[in-house]
Design a protein around this ligand. Structure first.
Ligand code: PLP
Length: 401
């Protein structure tokens, strides 16, 4: 008899976006003449930058020539040309990360989920609430105890550590999905000091670092003193460079980072992760890695930042609308997400239905990201300018009534 992993019984029945898709499908079947504006799902819409496409094609051409064809990549960690490019990029904003500490993957979601494999089920895992769902789901699947740090209106949806609470693994995401909040240097210093006191490890999700406009805000946890001894950083090209359909990300594990046995015997986290990836992962396609390396060239940074500037202008239009309507929100300034308080005391799903039925705008109910999202709502800036303007104009008309 095959026994299934009964930890799956503890997962929430349905993934948030499946519930949303069902509601949309039903609405569309009942209202076939209405056009929806989707501001819910966090997928990019602009095409790849030309310099990236060129590198992708060149990589593909090389695969078609006997002299330059490539099979498995030897190290399994990703091509050195890409790891060196990423290391150089870190240096450009003052973080020391060496090429041998960077492992290329098919994206941040896989790494955020798979990293649980290297940690004992004894660990208590701290997740901020609300959070990107993979942190919670992957730890539930592997049977770990999860506790929550509250992100809420009072702390600007930037949860801070409580020295009286013990934990071993900490998930932080900044700029945050879903709340758009960004930790300041001082706030991250507090987390790093807390983690070091606990001998805990921070898993820092920097998937949205490229959206930071204010240079005083940290793009990487490694800009914080002491972080190399207590943090893993996971990043992605999905939002930075429109790679959601390309699949490429990277995880940074400093050589000095250790995890422990109950007898305080240290083990290199980097070796554990390499061992895990060596057993279960065979690398990212060569042309994709060529395209990824192009993102970090001078021209690549320029072109991909032009796309980000487009999204950030959408975000500006959205926050301006919220300001005009007196709606409270976080995000939108250094993040593509606008996290707003549902007006008139409405619940998240109530506001979702209200916007869908009245103005055919689709967002994401905050409570899908955790209990603290109740009464809050996420809009994304990844749509077209035209749709963003139209959605905001409909919202103004609706709420000014
Ligand atoms: N981390 C966060 C916070 C995200 O919001 C997302 C995607 O939405 C990811 C990671 C996943 O990125 P990838 O496409 O690289 O798997």
């Amino acid at each position: 008899m095959a026994y299934y992993n009964s930890n799956f019984n503890s997962l929430k029945e349905n993934y948030l976006f499946i519930d949303i898709a069902k509601k949309i499908k039903q609405y569309q079947s009942e209202n076939p003449d209405k056009t929806l504006i989707r501001m819910g799902i966090g997928d990019v819409t602009l095409p790849l930058a030309p310099v990236v496409v060129e590198a992708l094609k060149k990589g593909a051409d090389e695969m078609g020539q006997k002299e330059t064809f490539k099979g498995y990549e030897d190290s399994g960690k990703g091509y050195m040309f890409l790891r060196e490019a990423i290391s150089k990029y870190y240096k450009s904003f003052g973080a020391n990360v060496y090429p041998d500490e960077i492992l290329i993957s098919d994206g941040a979601k896989s790494d955020c989920g798979n990293i649980v494999d290297i940690f004992s089920e004894k660990n208590v895992v701290l997740v901020t609430d609300p959070a990107y769902p993979v942190y919670v789901d992957s730890n539930i699947m592997s049977g770990k105890k999860i506790i929550y740090a509250s992100s809420n209106e009072e702390n600007g949806f930037a949860a801070m550590p409580d020295k009286n609470v013990d934990c071993d693994i900490i998930y932080l995401c900044s700029p945050n999905n879903p709340t758009g909040s960004v930790y300041t240097k001082e706030q991250l210093e507090e987390w790093v000091n807390y983690a070091r006191d606990m001998r805990a490890i921070i898993i820092f999700d920097a998937a949205y670092e490229a959206f930071i406009q204010d240079d005083s805000l940290p793009r990487s946890i490694y800009t914080i003193k002491g972080a190399r001894e207590c943090a893993i950083e996971i990043c992605s090209l999905s939002k930075t460079a429109g790679f959601t359909g390309m699949r490429c990300g990277y995880t940074v594990i400093p050589n000095e980072l250790c995890a422990y046995t109950v007898d305080f015997e240290g083990a290199s986290v980097s070796s554990l992760w390499s061992r895990r990836q060596g057993s279960k992962f065979n690398g990212v396609a060569y042309p994709i890695q060529c395209a990824a390396a192009a993102v970090f060239t001078k021209e690549g940074i320029k072109q991909t930042r032009e796309n980000i500037a487009y999204y950030m202008e959408n975000a500006r239009i959205m926050t301006e609308t919220c300001d005009e309507l007196g709606i409270k929100y976080t995000g939108g300034k250094n993040s593509p997400y606008i996290w707003l308080k549902c007006p008139n005391g409405m619940g998240s799903w109530e506001f979702f239905d209200f916007l869908l039925n009245e103005i055919q705008v689709v967002g994401t109910p905050g409570e899908g990201f955790g209990p603290n999202g109740k009464g809050w709502f996420r809009l994304t800036a990844f749509g077209s300018r035209e749709n963003t303007m139209e959605a905001m104009s409909r919202l103004k008309n609706l709420l000014k009534k």
